[in-house]
Design a protein around this ligand. Structure first.
Ligand SMILES: Nc1ncnc2c1ncn2[C@@H]1O[C@H](COP(=O)(O)OP(=O)(O)OP(=O)(O)O)[C@@H](O)[C@H]1O
Ligand SMILES: [Mg+2]
Ligand SMILES: [Zn+2]
Length: 302
């Protein structure tokens, strides 16, 4: 230990520190700078962790800005729907959903996908849970491609859908599924049912039709654990859609940050860069995710 000495940090003023040549730490640094640097770095790492969950969610580009706030409730029925979805979001983000989900049902263009994605954004923003969007026909096509290639990607996709803390299954029951298709759907829904993981299902099918399209056993489980919301109104797909603009609900963090550092009175900014590995998407089905990573490629660059 050397004698305590007074130093001056250009940001924090005078400080007294003693050097210790036996430790790797820098005891002659300004504690305030060190605390500031730690806080900045921790926040930045957390933002990257959140962003990785955003990427893993596979939210389609068209719905990148679909939030609860951008869903317009013009009629009393729509206000009820929005209120129920909002309440579900709050409970899910708090981990209080008890595995109960929502079935958003109704004719085309009423905002079912919009609401489902909005719920994913909400959970991504307000919790650390994993969220996942899957369009069912897309998923089945991926499984078939994977089977033809004889790789393991199919198993990864199914595992992700089974394991996501919150899953939106879009466009199920569009047409009667084959025995194989229904089997895969049952596998996913039954797993989530058993593990009490909530699923938001978006479908055009209602009642008996739904049973026929998704299979009796799937429909039966959903009846038990999902609240059925029947959307009404007229399709919003009228005229030419203006692309939504503005910031995403969660933005991609900076590739690098500068943190303060003051050692023995010498102040500097130290740059911390995200390693390529950290930016990399880590989930098992990376090829699929990359193929539809609009948030990376289009919105923000990679
Ligand atoms: N209530 C709403 N407020 C604001 N935008 C809406 C609303 N409902 C739908 N939209 C917008 O209209 C378009 C169609 O909505 P969406 O795709 O969510 O409908 P859908 O019910 O999923 O239809 P489909 O059954 O055909 O899949 C989207 O761009 C969506 O953002
Ligand atoms: Mg839809
Ligand atoms: Zn300082």
């Amino acid at each position: 230990m050397t004698e305590p000495r007074a130093f001056s940090c250009e940001r924090h003023g005078e400080y007294v520190a003693a050097g210790d040549r036996y430790t790797a730490a820098a005891p002659e640094d300004c504690r305030s700078c060190r605390a500031e640097a730690h806080a900045l770095e921790a926040a930045w790492r957390a933002a990257w962790a959140t962003w990785r969950r955003v990427v893993a969610a596979g939210i389609p580009a068209r719905f990148a800005r679909a939030t609860l706030d951008s869903w317009i409730a013009a009629t009393p029925a729509q206000r009820v729907t929005l209120g129920l979805v909002r309440r579900w979001c709050e409970r899910a983000a708090a981990g209080e959903d008890d595995g109960l989900g929502l079935t958003l049902s109704g004719p085309p263009g009423l905002g079912k996908t919009h609401l489902g994605v909005a719920a994913l954004w909400y959970v991504l923003q307000h919790s650390r849970q994993s969220a996942r969007y899957a369009q069912w026909a897309d998923t089945l096509a991926q499984l078939k491609t994977s089977a033809a290639r004889r790789d393991n990607a199919a198993a990864d996709v199914i595992d992700e859908l089974k394991g996501a803390d919150v899953l939106v299954l879009d466009e199920i029951g569009v047409r009667p599924g084959s025995e194989y298709d229904l089997g895969v759907l049952f596998d996913v829904i039954d797993h989530r049912y058993r593990e009490e993981l909530p699923t938001i299902v978006c479908t055009n099918a209602t009642g008996d039709q739904a049973c026929a399209m998704m299979g009796e056993r799937v429909a039966d489980r959903l009846r038990e654990v999902n609240e059925l919301l029947l959307l009404t109104g007229t399709s919003r797909r009228t005229g030419i859609a203006k692309p939504a603009t503005g910031p995403l609900p969660i933005e991609r963090p900076a590739d690098a940050i500068d943190v303060p550092e003051c050692y023995a009175g010498r102040f500097q900014l130290r740059r911390i860069e995200a390693s390529p590995a950290r930016k990399e998407f880590t989930s098992g089905s990376a090829p699929y995710e990359r193929a539809r990573l609009p948030l990376y490629v289009r919105g923000q660059g990679r």
